[in-house]
Design a protein around this ligand. Structure first.
Ligand SMILES: [Fe+2]
Ligand SMILES: [Fe+2]
Ligand SMILES: [Fe+2]
Length: 416
């Protein structure tokens, strides 16, 4: 596998959070800009600044599954608060992000309470705490430079109690210049990352690729009990089907990852449609169809790695059909490659074998029957004939995945 930068790993996650909630999007970007300026002012080493900025850019990721999105952008929440722990949990399974996860875990800790914790509190957590509050104190209805004095005073009056004194001092110095405030409103995430040109590239091993993809898949899987584990199941099935079709190891690994990724674009779709009891209206269906396009957008950064290119393609093509009546590209025939067909099939079989708000899960025979009757021509009848011999194995995989997903989901809900 070729090398990949921290930016390429972070952007899919940042974009996934962004497409979920536009309020969170601007809040996280702004917190990252403020944190960056303070980190530079403090003279932190390059690696610490990189972790700080990535952590700030996804600091409220735990709020995707925890019902406190609205409160956390208003008042300072107690620590340890559910969204901090959840964010920590979501990211810590990917070892490249374990430092970032630790920073996020404590991003609402008051300075005077830091001693009460048995674990190490990373200095960057204190920076994000202050940066987060600067953004909350700023009103979107007033020109930012007119708020400089008021916001600075509100922060500095909590020096040594709520906020770390060194972080307060650095904030006081760096915020004297108007550019600090102007950039909160204007600097894009792209521009911010391009300032960190010291970011080195990382070569991920297989285990790390798996952890990374699972981290992303959990963002979407855990939004609804009905879809918990869907991406995981599609990945495992696609990998198995690749094996029975005789594809090489590397292709099978890519299929696993594409399965984990394929529905990430659903993060941008209203859960009400995904959990709707009953048939979607044409208008609702048109909205849901957007998810493939979003998947491609969210994962687009990964296209700079040769290895990930197929994975991104299969993810965004998983609703294309041989006959050309798929979406969103409406490609057809030979334009649809084997990987795309495998993901499309795995997606279908796994969806039919899952409970939905409006129906129970189907047996493997019924699911195959439906695909044979209504969908095989659209995917690849010859391929499906081969897969048909492995029904028992497929059923076992679906059951294993379902059990695993349910215990992970319950554990995460309990955690929250
Ligand atoms: Fe937060
Ligand atoms: Fe926040
Ligand atoms: Fe799917």
């Amino acid at each position: 596998m070729d090398k990949i930068s921290l930016k390429e790993l972070a952007f899919p996650i940042i974009k996934a959070i962004d497409s979920f909630n536009y309020l969170l999007k601007s809040h996280q970007r702004r917190t990252a800009v403020i944190s960056y300026h303070i980190g530079k002012e403090l003279g932190l080493p390059c690696g610490d600044i990189a972790e700080l900025v990535v952590a700030a850019a996804m600091h409220d990721i735990g709020a995707l599954s925890v019902q406190e999105r609205d409160t956390l952008i208003k008042e300072d929440v107690e620590n340890p608060s559910p969204h901090c722990l959840m964010g920590y949990k979501m990211l810590s399974m990917f070892d490249i992000f374990s430092g970032i996860a630790k920073i996020i875990r404590h991003h609402h800790i008051r300075y005077e309470d830091a001693g009460k914790y048995n674990e190490e509190i990373r200095f960057q957590s204190h920076i994000i705490h202050l940066a987060d509050r600067v953004d909350i104190y700023l009103s979107p209805d007033q020109f930012i430079l007119n708020q400089k004095a008021r916001v600075t005073a509100s922060i500095l009056e909590k020096k040594g109690t709520v906020f770390h004194p060194d972080v307060c001092d650095a904030f006081e110095r760096v915020s004297r210049a108007d550019i600090f405030w102007i950039e909160i409103n204007n600097l894009t995430m792209e521009q911010l990352f391009s300032r960190m040109n010291f970011l080195s590239s990382i070569e991920l091993n297989r285990e790390q690729i798996d952890q990374f993809a699972l981290t992303i898949s959990r963002i979407i899987d855990f939004r609804s009990r009905f879809t918990a584990g869907h991406a995981y199941t599609v990945g495992r099935l696609a990998q198995f089907i690749g094996q029975v079709l005789g594809l090489d190891d590397d292709m099978c690994e890519k299929l696993l990852i594409a399965g984990y990724f394929h529905d990430i674009g659903k993060i941008g779709i209203d859960t009400a449609y995904i959990e709707k009891c009953g048939q979607l209206t044409d208008e609702e269906y048109n909205m849901v169809k957007l998810h493939c396009y979003y998947s491609g957008q969210i994962l687009s950064e990964l296209n700079s790695s040769e290895w990930f290119r197929d994975v991104v393609k299969w993810s965004q093509h998983h609703h294309e059909r041989l006959t050309g009546n798929g979406y969103p590209f409406a490609i057809k025939g030979e334009e649809i490659d084997t990987g795309t067909k495998i993901i499309a099939f795995s997606d279908m079989i796994s969806a039919l074998m899952e409970d939905r708000p409006y129906r129970k899960r189907m047996s493997i025979d019924t699911a195959f029957d439906i695909i044979d009757r209504y969908a095989a021509e659209n995917i690849d009848p010859d391929m499906i004939k081969i897969i048909d011999r492995y029904k028992a194995e497929i059923e076992t995989i679906v059951d294993q995945c379902k059990q695993r997903a349910e215990s992970c989901y319950d554990e995460s809900v309990e955690y929250a």
